[in-house]
Unconditional design. Structure first.
Length: 80
């Protein structure tokens, strides 16, 4: 399996499903970490007083909260 890529270093191709690492907190402050399949659906940048702000919109089969890393999905098994 390939190494995880931080979203601050590189984003996956738009619309291509990848394995995402989701690091978030519940409303009670409990930390949760999940791996989910999803894809980048929107990417925007804007200039702010503190520099450039990046906003990513992720889509998938489950809720995606705070994506920090991604990795390409492996090739499916081959029928032999």
């Amino acid at each position: 399996m390939k190494k995880w890529v931080s979203i601050t270093e590189q984003l996956p191709e738009m619309g291509v499903e990848v394995l995402l690492f989701d690091d978030w907190k519940t409303s009670d402050g409990e930390r949760r970490q999940d791996m989910k399949v999803g894809y980048l659906s929107e990417f925007t940048t804007r200039k702010t007083a503190n520099g450039i702000a990046v906003s990513c919109e992720w889509r998938g089969h489950e809720f995606l909260f705070n994506i920090t890393h991604w990795v390409p999905l492996p090739e499916p098994p081959k029928n032999e």
